[in-house]
Design a binder for this molecule. Structure first.
Ligand SMILES: *[C@@H]1O[C@H](CO)[C@@H](O)[C@H](O)[C@H]1NC(C)=O
Ligand SMILES: CC(=O)N[C@H]1CO[C@H](CO)[C@@H](O)[C@@H]1O
Length: 261
């Protein structure tokens, strides 16, 4: 294989695992009354109106990607994202209770390169809580439900979406090995397009607080049907982020305030 975004490794359990990567590159309020510009932003520099994950390393880098092979025992966040820390330039999103937020992440070939026997590029889960833990476990988070009563009740499942949003494609030079669908998308958007999904911040989150959001991507099925044995490696990825909750109508919305009246 001439090129792959992924590196195939054999890990201790004798399961073949492909180390891929993706992470939440930016967050943006897209509703319900925001003026949605939907302009594609260069992810290597911060932009007004966009928010970023915890401790974003100020550049596009695999340092931002967190691979989870054993979701039953793993932390929800990578070490540098376990506390509510933020890069000075790549700031937190500001949003209000009830806002619809869009998160973007690059497909990095996980949609358009079938070379690894891909069955599905998997599912993305967005979870939210006002009571995050430094040692948050992914398995505890995954018990949260959309009615917010699941597991220990500290958080909610905000949204579930296919990783492949039907349009995303990375920029590539050589179409060899790409899926026909990937080649088609690339013809339509030669500069590439990130994958995106949205979630709604619950209306009862308090203005003035930090609301924590966990993005978890289950990519386990790309090699075939998922093995339920917790001792067999899976393939998940996560990003952890905080959103600064501000009252609606506050001056965060300089660029769109007139559309919110
Ligand atoms: C996020 O992704 C969507 C869908 O690809 C795109 O329309 C939007 O412009 C992207 N946002 C940023 C900030 O790049
Ligand atoms: C519909 C609408 O008002 N769109 C505006 C959103 O903001 C951009 C950038 O400020 C304007 O160019 C659009 O006209």
């Amino acid at each position: 294989m001439k090129f792959s975004a992924c590196i195939t490794t054999i890990i201790a359990t004798l399961a073949t695992s492909v180390q891929c990567h993706s992470w939440v590159q930016s967050l943006e309020v897209v509703g319900p009354i925001q003026n949605v510009s939907r302009v594609l932003r260069d992810p290597t520099t911060p932009h007004p109106g966009l928010g970023y994950i915890r401790a974003y390393p100020a550049r596009v880098d695999a340092l931002a990607s967190n691979t989870i092979l054993f979701p039953d025992t793993a932390f929800a966040c990578m070490p540098q994202q376990r506390t509510q820390t933020q890069d000075a330039a790549f700031v937190r999103l500001k949003a209000s209770p009830g806002d619809i937020v869009q998160g973007n992440y690059t497909e990095n070939g996980h949609v358009t390169l079938p070379a690894v026997g891909q069955l599905s590029s998997g599912t993305v889960y967005w979870y939210g809580t006002s009571q995050p833990k430094v040692d948050e476990k992914l398995a505890d988070v995954m018990q949260w439900t959309s009615d917010c009563t699941g597991g220990d009740g500290r958080g909610c499942l905000l949204s579930t979406a296919p990783f492949d949003d039907g349009t995303c494609v990375e920029k590539f030079n050589d179409p060899a090995g790409r899926t026909p669908e990937g080649i088609l998308r690339h013809q339509q958007t030669p500069d590439g397009l990130p994958c995106a999904s949205t979630f709604t911040i619950p209306k009862n989150v308090k203005a003035g607080s930090l609301y924590t959001v966990y993005w978890a991507w289950d990519y386990s099925e790309h090699l075939g049907p998922e093995n339920p044995d917790p001792k067999v490696a899976k393939e998940w990825y996560s990003s952890c982020m905080d959103i600064e909750m501000v009252a609606r109508g506050s001056q965060r919305l300089v660029r769109s305030a007139k559309f919110r009246l």
